[in-house]
Design a protein around this ligand. Structure first.
Ligand code: PLP
Length: 451
């Protein structure tokens, strides 16, 4: 049993090394050191098998928005498992958690995003989106409109379809990706790629690559553009202010659908319910997951604009669905999570208090000699580590300094992730001022130790 574990840390590590293949982990490094064993968590604090308390600056994987240890979610899962642990919504059936969650999502999603197709997470939701947008254009008599444009260094998941949408070069290097009819434009990462342009000029230039791509491929061939409002796994790339208005103009004027991947930015992360609201984007489809259930259950989905859903429905049966689409336990837990976010006014609290406090503290880290830029949007932030702040120069051996900094953070009791030589955070939205102070203190100390 995994709850009151009778195995020692060493035994757990040995069994783990023998039998468990980890996602995105360096096997040689893990074999040498042994995996860290996390056994429990409460609020923003993790506890490992050796009794250490660690401040989780990543909310798990950008998902535990309401923090760990919320008893209400466990109670709802227990009750739902007793009443109806599983049933599907295929073949003209439904169940109350699926109905209520769809209606709740339609209520909180901006504008006319009224219809939901459920998945088990973000990757399969984005796979759904690939099929949805192609089915949409086929239903309108334009089956040639099948190309999806996305961005280099964007992250949309790990399944074959979603990793193809993503623009992560190391992922494309394995397994024959990307699939056909997906093309990538550059990311709006001003600090690293802006050169002599101002952020505003650079934002416009990068957005206009979308129009150039549409012209090159032919509007009659392009189905959709997909992007994260703020690129998360790519390193918290916050777009210049000019970027999204220009992307929105292009999507409006050209005949293509806009998909906002809100898997990280949804459910309060940027200080509004959705990143699309923060950036005044009006997408046709939004991908959701993670914060929808605060990670307490695996669930994701696509929220569609009413008019897009109608075309899909008129196009006949959509031959698509996952066994765990609208899983009743996951849906009940997501509903309870959203109830807590609403009743405790957690998103409002982020906007009015927590995010401004975190921003003020986070920006202080820009004074550290290793930090070239400290940027933050709501409750997601990044530090650009550099050997030469003025030149915005990269380190010779990309990623090594970031990796060492991550390790020092962990040894000091802080989970902060590295993406190359960027250090990133995305703590639970419920983090207190004192805990933010501690996070920033530990980050500074860990940077100092690397000097
Ligand atoms: N989209 C974005 C923006 C993500 O950040 C992620 C995961 O980090 C995904 C999709 C994939 O979601 P999942 O890991 O739940 O499949």
């Amino acid at each position: 049993m995994s709850l009151d574990n009778h195995l020692t840390t060493q035994e757990l590590r040995a069994l783990d090394a023998a039998h468990h293949i980890h996602p995105f982990s360096d096997t040689a490094e893990m074999r040498a050191k042994g995996a860290r064993v996390i056994t429990r968590a409460d609020g923003v604090w993790l506890q490992d098998s050796e009794g250490n308390r660690i401040l989780d600056g990543m909310a798990g994987l950008w998902c535990v928005n309401i923090g760990y240890g919320r008893r209400e979610l466990a109670d709802v899962a227990y009750r739902q498992m007793q009443q109806l642990p599983f049933y599907n919504t295929f073949f003209m059936t439904t169940h109350p958690p699926a109905v209520e969650l769809s209606a709740k999502l339609a209520e909180i999603a901006p504008g006319d995003k009224n219809r939901v197709f459920f998945a088990s997470g973000g990757s399969d939701a984005n796979d759904t989106n690939i099929r949805l947008v192609r089915h949409y254009w086929a239903a309108l008599g334009k089956p040639d409109k099948s190309v999806i444009i996305s961005r280099k260094n964007g992250y949309h998941g790990s399944s074959v379809g979603s990793a193809s949408l993503g623009g992560m070069a190391p992922m494309h290097a394995q397994g024959g990706l990307p699939i056909p009819d997906i093309t990538h434009i550059d990311q709006p990462h001003w600090w690293a790629e802006g050169g002599d342009l101002s952020p505003e000029e650079f934002g416009l230039a990068r957005a206009r690559q979308l129009e150039e791509a549409i012209d090159r491929i032919g509007e009659h061939r392009v189905a959709a553009f997909i992007a994260e409002p703020v690129q998360g796994a790519g390193g918290v790339i916050i777009p210049p202010e000019t970027y999204w208005p220009e992307i929105s103009r292009i999507c409006r004027e050209r005949e293509i659908l806009l998909i906002a991947d809100e898997v990280i930015t949804g459910f309060g992360r940027t200080g509004r319910w959705f990143g699309s609201e923060t950036y005044d984007i009006d997408p046709d489809i939004m991908t959701i997951a993670k914060g929808m259930s605060s990670g307490y259950q695996p669930i994701g989905g696509s929220i569609l604009r009413e008019s897009v859903a109608q075309v899909i429905e008129e196009g006949g049966e959509f031959n698509h669905g996952y066994t765990y689409s609208s899983h009743p336990v996951a849906a009940a837990v997501a509903l309870e999570n959203i109830r807590i976010l609403q009743e405790e006014k957690i998103v409002e609290q982020v906007a009015e208090d927590t995010a401004p406090y975190l921003a003020a503290k986070w920006h202080m880290l820009a004074d550290h000699p290793m930090v070239g830029q400290a940027r933050i949007c709501g409750m997601m932030g990044a530090l650009e580590l550099t050997p030469d702040v003025a030149a915005r120069a990269p380190f010779a051996n990309t990623g090594t300094v970031g990796l060492m900094t991550r390790e020092r953070c962990f040894a000091n009791g802080l989970v902060m992730r590295h993406v190359g030589d960027k250090m990133i955070i995305s703590p639970p939205l419920t983090i207190s001022h004192t805990e933010i102070d501690r996070l920033v203190e530990l980050a500074w100390q860990s940077l100092d130790e690397g000097m």
